[in-house]
Design a protein around this ligand. Structure first.
Ligand code: FUB
Length: 446
């Protein structure tokens, strides 16, 4: 079970605390729905500014089965494993110009300039239509104070800001197509008229632009509906204002059928990452999404390699933690299934069911530290009684232990003496060792 501190606290206390939880795998945040992640490096840490999907409250009178969003949280991490939720940084009722009945706090961005953090967000204005506002803070986690009015001359959603090498800031946003406008040095007004990027694919919605510069190439990355749902594409230019030339696909349409795929791209400690979302916590309703991260790689010529989405994600997992093997790196061709532990509460996470002799799961990058852990603990159940074998690095790697799971329908924590536990980072292979099916919640080395 993947639980955060928030699950253990009364709501009033949780709202005040900076809750920390180890979410090295995808999705990154388990205790709430999150979408549209813009990741930035501030003060040496990764800060992720997502939007916040919620279930429609009774007072919501907008479009049914649509995005419902009333506020923003920000999450930070130094290691991409332990994420701190800094709580609500801005809510619709704080914004004078926004319609507080619209629940339309869609995809945001945050940038740092001259000692201040500028948070750009869309919302439906009291005067009608989507507008883009700015809120300002001294720290990346707020408190953010919204400006009294939206940015004049801009109508649309999904703001993203690039501050170029010469200090000039550009605002990108979308309204069916993608737009750019230069920002004045005050970061609050546009300088001149917005321009549309109209040489990108002519057919299908484009939104969620995210622009960055690398080795003199400007990359405009964006979701585009080429077929049925959004996929991530990119185009390149020698100028932040374009024209941008279509260059390829970064992420294919989600296999889950999630219609949107808002994203951002970040370099952190020598590695590039794609932050994006899917609907892991809400398979039947793709307006309740969950943010994810996977590694992204450039080719030597500056082109971007397609990202293969993973459950395993990007953070190292400590051996002593409750290792969620349902976020596996690979499995045998048959005999392994993943499902919610509690169908009525997806936030409680998943279980792995092994249903064939020798079926296996590989979970990469477990950090054993100095090694020498004494026991293997497995939270599991096996109606007919069963067993698991846990090996290191490969299917015929050293056996760390064989865990017998007693017969019964209750979840229990089985324990066995651990052997051969090495130091450092290794992959785990968990295999069904008996003939009977076994369900596993987590594995831990203590
Ligand atoms: O989250 C609401 C909207 O869905 C975003 O603004 C779009 O980019 C899409 O992800």
């Amino acid at each position: 079970m993947k639980l955060s501190l928030r699950h253990l606290l009364p709501v009033s206390v949780a709202g005040l605390l900076q809750a920390t939880a180890a979410f090295a795998t995808n999705p990154l945040i388990m205790d709430q729905f999150t979408a549209d992640p813009t990741a930035r490096v501030f003060e040496g840490k990764v800060y992720v500014y997502p939007s916040h999907d919620i279930k429609a409250p009774p007072q919501y009178k907008g479009r049914p089965n649509w995005f419902v969003m009333e506020d923003y949280h920000v999450f930070s991490s130094e290691n991409l494993t332990d994420w701190t939720d800094h709580g609500v940084i801005l809510k619709q009722t704080d914004v004078q110009w926004a319609d507080p009945t619209a629940y339309s706090m869609w995809a945001p961005d945050s940038v740092f300039k001259d000692g201040k953090y500028y948070f750009y967000f869309p919302a439906i204005a009291k005067s009608g239509g989507f507008r883009i506002g700015v809120a300002i803070a001294d720290r990346p986690y707020g408190p953010f104070k919204p400006e009294a009015t939206y940015i004049e001359g801009v109508k649309g959603i999904d703001p993203a800001v690039l501050i170029d090498k010469d200090g000039t800031a550009y605002l990108y946003y979308s309204l069916e197509k993608l737009f750019v406008a230069k920002l004045k040095p005050n970061m609050l007004e546009i300088d001149g008229e917005p321009a549309v990027f109209d040489n990108l694919p002519k057919k299908g919605l484009q939104e969620g632009p995210f622009v960055f510069e690398r080795n003199g190439i400007y990359y405009l990355t964006y979701p585009h509906v080429e077929n049925k749902t959004e996929r991530l594409e990119y185009a390149t230019s020698s100028s932040p204002m374009g024209p941008f030339k279509w260059a390829g696909v970064i992420l294919d349409e989600a296999q889950s059928g999630c219609w949107t795929v808002h994203h951002s791209i970040l370099d952190y400690k020598g590695q590039s990452y794609l932050f994006y979302h899917d609907k892991d916590l809400s398979p039947a309703f793709d307006k309740n999404r969950a943010i994810r991260a996977d590694k992204l790689f450039f080719n030597a010529d500056g082109t971007i390699r397609k990202v293969i989405p993973t459950l395993r994600g990007v953070g190292l997992v400590e051996a002593k933690s409750e290792i969620q093997i349902d976020r596996y790196s690979a499995t045998s061709d048959a005999g392994v299934a993943v499902s919610f532990l509690d169908e009525s509460n997806p936030h409680a996470g998943w279980k792995t069911t092994f249903s064939a002799a020798k079926s296996w799961v590989r979970f990469n990058e477990v950090d054993f530290g100095q090694g020498g852990q004494k026991s293997i603990q497995v939270r599991a159940r096996a109606v007919g009684g069963g067993a698991l074998e846990i090996r290191l690095d490969k299917q015929d790697g050293p056996v760390l232990g064989r865990v017998e799971v007693g017969q019964g329908s209750d979840w229990r924590t089985a324990s066995v003496v651990a052997k051969n536990i090495p130091a450092g980072v290794h992959d785990l292979i968990v295999t069904q060792a008996g003939a009977e099916a076994v369900e596993v919640d987590w594995v831990s080395f203590r």
